[in-house]
Design a protein around this ligand. Structure first.
Ligand SMILES: [Cu+2]
Length: 172
């Protein structure tokens, strides 16, 4: 029989240097989790959702895409249906009053495009067959360009449009 009274239990030795790095790794994870939580809940960051599927061959002829543009949903809410194709956005211009909340539904009829709306957090990838959706509030009057930021061919640089936010007179 083994004499257990003198047998030494092996002790797990961790090098202090390694311990320090284990601690730092945990701190980094906590910082990342906090950043994502604050961005998502306090700063209103949204991930472009795969809203629905469409057939890129027929989407331009079927409602609501057959008439791309803005829809007034009442109470300052709007829906904007945008078609991306080589090399333009339809429509090229969208006008809303200040204080509007606009949900963009963007799809492509040919290749992959991008939809970046300046001075907002809207920046979506536009994939043929899918509808990308994001909502933005326009509190100040002004103009926001939307540009294709995904190289889509020779005319890529000409692919842009603008959202014009008009000042409201306040009923005077
Ligand atoms: Cu493009």
């Amino acid at each position: 029989m083994t004499d257990t009274s003198t047998a030494e239990t092996p002790k797990l030795e961790t090098d202090p240097y390694e311990k320090r790095w284990m601690f730092i790794s945990v701190v980094i994870l906590i910082v990342f989790m906090a950043t994502v939580t604050v961005a998502g809940f306090a700063l209103g960051f949204q991930v472009p959702g795969d809203e629905s599927r469409v057939d890129p061959r027929t989407v331009a002829d079927s409602p609501p895409w057959s008439e791309p543009g803005i829809r007034d949903l009442g109470n300052g809410e709007y829906a904007a249906y945008v078609i991306s194709r080589q090399y333009l956005f339809q429509p090229r211009e969208i006008t809303v009053p200040e204080g509007s909340t606009v949900t963009f539904y963007v799809t492509s009829v040919d290749v992959q495009h991008g939809f970046k709306l300046q001075d907002t957090n809207v920046n979506m990838q536009i994939v043929p067959g899918e509808v990308s959706k994001l909502t933005v509030e326009f509190d100040e009057p002004g103009e926001h360009l939307y540009i294709c930021n995904e190289f889509c061919g020779i005319g890529h640089a000409a692919m842009f449009g603008s959202v014009i936010v008009e000042a409201t007179t306040g009923g005077n």
